[in-house]
Design a protein around this ligand. Structure first.
Ligand SMILES: *[C@@H]1O[C@H](CO)[C@@H](O)[C@H](O)[C@H]1NC(C)=O
Ligand SMILES: *[C@@H]1O[C@H](CO)[C@@H](O)[C@H](O)[C@H]1NC(C)=O
Ligand SMILES: *[C@@H]1O[C@H](CO)[C@@H](O)[C@H](O)[C@H]1NC(C)=O
Ligand SMILES: *[C@@H]1O[C@H](CO)[C@@H](O)[C@H](O)[C@H]1NC(C)=O
Ligand SMILES: *[C@@H]1O[C@H](CO)[C@@H](O)[C@H](O)[C@H]1NC(C)=O
Length: 305
């Protein structure tokens, strides 16, 4: 039924090259998989579920996979193992910034600080595997301040006042001599990656394994297009692994937009955390189980490092 519908949608374009276009012709486009019910999607964008339960996300009929960059990774949601192509995948790290994680600015973020070392391991492993690391962080400019809706200005203020919201001087970080800078403005100390992640990010961007994207909402993929979205589109990246803080807010927001925009999404449980109550994490894990792939770094790493 699905294939038939897709075939109908594709018919006008396909008939340009083949007047005899039929469902069989269409499925044969994906490499002789006629009547293969484990095929989901179309030539340009599809998964294959093998009889052994592995979901092949590589779209390798469209563009052959490299022999060195293909990995089968365990997942433990409703869908189990996945096969990915390194150059078509990316690790998206959301908001692991001083603002959200430094003890002086965010004393309650123990869970977030607790996933830093797993995040470092994941980044190191994915870099070795040739998977791009995409730092996606709050990093506002003056245009963002002008166009920021009141709900966000209020939500990020300390006392429901414009004097303490985005762009306001955060003063000295409690317990340090560090000047935190303007709240979540790009280039400020508070908007930098936290602790060891800062050096890791600088080094990765310098060597080209990592990229850094500023965002101006919880989601790094909202609206018509964002810097992160444009990069993914131009580089034909289809499979995204997610980690960061807060799991139920900025990670979840970006994760959902990625899902809505058609990326394969893998929620990596043990590199994501939140300051929200426990049920917020439960909601995220429950839904990641249903709608995407759920993994954790300790399981993935042996496969890719
Ligand atoms: C469907 O395609 C997969 C992947 O190429 C293959 O392993 C499987 O045997 C096919 N199934 C059938 C029924 O042709
Ligand atoms: C699938 O993942 C499980 C762990 O979740 C692992 O034990 C198994 O070997 C994997 N299978 C394949 C074919 O990779
Ligand atoms: C909010 O806090 C700032 C900084 O402490 C202060 O200057 C301002 O008067 C406060 N505004 C309100 C409405 O409480
Ligand atoms: C702040 O700087 C002074 C002078 O460099 C130093 O003695 C002091 O220990 C610093 N305090 C903190 C909390 O880092
Ligand atoms: C990691 O994977 C195992 C299953 O292999 C699971 O039991 C565990 O809850 C997962 N999550 C975390 C955060 O470790």
């Amino acid at each position: 039924m699905l294939l038939k519908n897709i075939a109908q949608v594709l018919l006008p374009a396909a008939s340009l090259v083949n007047a005899q276009f039929s469902i069989g012709t269409y499925t044969s486009l994906v490499g002789g998989l006629d009547t293969n019910s484990s095929l989901l999607g179309n030539y340009y964008n599809y998964w294959i579920k093998s009889t052994s339960g592995i979901w092949d996300l590589t779209r390798s009929a469209l563009e052959p996979t490299t022999s060195t960059g293909v990995y089968t990774i365990p997942c433990h949601g409703s869908r189990k193992n996945i096969t990915i192509e390194a150059s078509r995948s990316a690790l998206v790290i959301i908001d692991m910034q001083n603002f959200f994680l430094h003890p002086g600015l965010s004393p309650k973020a123990d869970a977030g600080r607790g996933v830093v070392s797993a995040t470092v391991n994941m980044i190191t492993g994915f870099r070795k595997a040739g998977v791009k690391v995409l730092w996606t962080n709050w990093g506002l400019d003056n245009y963002d301040l002008i166009t920021m809706p009141p709900a966000f200005l209020d939500g990020f203020s300390n006392n429901h006042s414009s004097t303490t919201t985005f762009g306001s001087d955060m003063g000295i970080v409690p317990g340090t001599n560090i000047s935190a800078g303007a709240k979540l403005m790009r280039g400020s100390w508070n908007a930098r990656p936290y602790g060891p992640l800062y050096d890791l990010q600088v080094e990765g961007v310098k060597s080209g394994t990592d990229l850094y994207f500023n965002k101006n909402r919880l989601s790094g993929l909202w609206g018509a297009q964002t810097p992160l979205g444009l990069y993914l589109q131009e580089n034909e990246i289809t499979t995204l692994f997610f980690g960061g803080v807060n799991a139920d807010q900025c990670v979840w927001g970006t994760f959902l937009d990625a899902y809505y925009k058609g990326f394969d999404i893998v929620f990596v449980e043990d590199i994501a955390a939140t300051t929200s109550p426990y049920y917020a994490t439960q909601m995220v894990v429950y839904n990641a189980n249903l709608d995407s792939f759920l993994a954790n770094s300790t399981e993935i790493l042996p496969a890719v490092s």
